[in-house]
Design a protein around this ligand. Structure first.
Ligand SMILES: NC(=O)c1ccc[n+]([C@@H]2O[C@H](COP(=O)([O-])OP(=O)(O)OC[C@H]3O[C@@H](n4cnc5c(N)ncnc54)[C@H](OP(=O)(O)O)[C@@H]3O)[C@@H](O)[C@H]2O)c1
Length: 306
């Protein structure tokens, strides 16, 4: 596993991170298997774990806490979110300072930690990032509740605003084969000293029609989510069918290697519920894309209607 600087924070992270969200955190997915994946990730050198109080209907964060309870966490980068929680069957959004602080304190309890490495605002608007709000976030650092403050958003305008703010240490955005246009924003973030995390680096399985391969009940859940919320990505992702036909690396490894070719990315935070997939993804660390594949990817990307 290779490690990269998380911006100018002084922290390093494994270039492949582990996302504790989606099906991984759902009670319907075996806790034993979910924890087994974390054990394997730790064993193979993953140091970055990303979760949130609203993920997996509120169940992911506590599960990560239980998974980490038998491990030393001092050298890990544990990232959680604030600004959204899961309450009475739905995601509730509240970016007010009291709600953020209460959420962070509950997260620490669920994770079994005194401090998280990174607390990321989960989908703030640009208008919410006001001076008093940023001063409040600085206070959370001074209280020792979090080492770093981040912004997780897939809205380029919000990320651009976050990049301009010295109080924000890290940004997490959607960067994958279907979102090459994020590269300029990512470069700008690094110039500003931010750590940049790629969320959904495998495009949630939308490339190469992977998300439509039904092998187990969880795949129905993934497919329904894609059909409900990401139809455009399924169509665009079909342009990348060729990824799995290259010798020497799998389509997912090619997708991750493409993300990690961007030297400004600190870590590609992948989600998985399968040991085989985790092992495959881990092997993408340090992998170089063959030039013909890189050219074919660039061609497919240029054909995505914008
Ligand atoms: N998605 C979002 O909206 C979002 C928002 C903010 C932050 N994030 C962060 O980003 C992390 C990753 O996002 P994500 O899980 O949504 O997307 P992702 O990592 O891009 O894709 C996950 C999907 O790819 C499949 N997959 C993983 N490895 C594979 C492999 N080697 N071969 C084939 N399929 C593979 C997984 O299925 P299997 O279970 O079958 O492996 C799952 O369906 C999250 O956990 C979270 O920490 C995501």
């Amino acid at each position: 596993m290779l490690y990269r600087d998380l911006g100018t924070s002084g922290l390093k992270v494994s270039e492949i991170g582990f996302g504790c969200a989606s099906w991984w955190g759902q009670p319907a997915f075996s806790e034993r298997d979910a924890i087994g994946l974390v054990d394997l990730a730790l064993d193979r050198g993953i140091t970055l774990f990303d979760t949130g109080p609203a993920y997996s209907r509120g169940a992911a964060e506590g599960r990560l806490g239980r998974a980490l309870s038998n491990h030393r966490t001092d050298d890990l980068i544990i990232s959680t979110k604030a600004g959204t929680t899961f309450h009475q069957g739905r995601v509730v959004r509240d970016m007010s300072p009291p709600a953020i602080e209460a959420s962070l304190l509950k997260s620490l309890g669920r994770l079994g930690l005194k401090q998280v490495s990174l607390m990321q605002l989960h989908g703030p608007s640009a208008a919410e990032l006001t001076e008093p709000f940023l001063a409040f976030l600085g206070g959370l650092k001074r209280k020792g509740l979090t080492r770093l403050i981040g912004v997780n958003s897939f809205d380029p305008l919000v990320i651009a605003k976050a990049i301009s703010l010295p109080e924000i240490d890290v940004v997490m955005l959607d960067y994958n084969l279907l979102r090459p246009e994020r590269a300029s924003l990512i470069a700008e973030a690094r110039r500003a000293g931010k750590g940049v995390l790629a969320g959904m680096p495998l495009a949630m399985g939308h490339t190469g029609r992977k998300v439509m391969q039904i092998r187990a009940p969880r795949d129905i859940w993934y497919a329904l989510r894609a059909l409900r919320h990401h139809r455009r990505d399924i169509v665009d992702g079909a342009r990348f069918d060729f990824l799995d036909r290259f010798e020497g690396l799998t389509g997912s490894q090619a997708a991750l290697a493409w993300v990690l070719e961007n030297e400004h990315i600190a870590s590609a935070v992948t989600g998985t519920t399968r040991t085989k997939h985790l092992i495959e993804n881990l092997r993408a660390s340090g992998l170089e894309l063959p030039e013909p594949l890189r050219l074919q990817i660039a061609k497919a990307q240029s054909e995505i209607p914008r």
